[in-house]
Design a protein around this ligand. Structure first.
Ligand code: KMT
Ligand code: NI
Length: 186
């Protein structure tokens, strides 16, 4: 289950209905999928993961016009990890929806709605998020520095970020509550 925080309201949501409601009001779709390891091991191959979740992926593709799916796999030993994270952790948007379904590990999304307070969403296995095109957001890892996620794309050219360079991301500490945060450079 995700943990949602709105620091400027000193509000934390841990209940699935409250999370879904709050996020839907700022245009973010949140879903829980069955991610029991009996279904597929979180360490299975990319092809096995995509096969195991094929029914859900197919449905989303039909609804949202997504044309490709892949599995991003980040571990603490991923080469050039900090360079990669520095691309994710600055406020940006995409000209397509950002869909992520977490298979393993954790991820912290910050969303900056057009009106209203910045929201952090700490995701774990079984959590799906849809960040619509144009939505300002940024992403950090948690203390496990591990995330494995199914991604869906509307554009075959894949992941293209556009940076706002607002600096607003620096006002929010990338704190995970479910996983101890270990700074990259203590
Ligand atoms: C993005 O655009 O913010 C991302 O792709 C986040 C990393 S995917 C787990
Ligand atoms: Ni993004």
């Amino acid at each position: 289950m995700a943990i949602v925080n709105i620091p400027d309201k000193k509000l934390t949501l841990k209940n699935v209905n409250e999370i879904t409601d709050y996020l839907s009001k700022i245009g973010i779709d949140y879903e829980r999928w069955d991610a029991d390891s009996a279904r597929v091991s979180p360490d299975a191959t990319e092809a096995e993961i995509l096969e195991a979740y094929a029914p859900e992926i197919k449905k989303l593709m039909e609804q949202g016009g997504y044309v490709t799916a892949d599995v991003i796999n980040i571990v603490p030993t991923t080469p050039n990890l900090d360079e990669m994270l520095n691309k994710f952790n600055k406020e940006h948007w995409h000209n397509e929806d950002e869909i992520r379904f977490i298979v393993k590990g954790h991820g912290l999304f910050h969303i900056a709605p057009k009106d209203g307070e910045v929201v952090s969403i700490e995701m774990e296995a079984g959590d799906l998020i849809r960040v619509p095109r144009g939505t300002l957001h940024w992403f950090n890892l948690c203390g496990d520095r591990t995330v494995r996620a199914i991604r869906l794309f509307q554009d075959i050219s894949g992941w293209t970020p556009f940076y706002t360079e607002s600096g607003v991301d620096a006002n929010f500490q990338p704190l995970c509550f479910g996983v101890n945060y270990i700074p990259a450079n203590p």
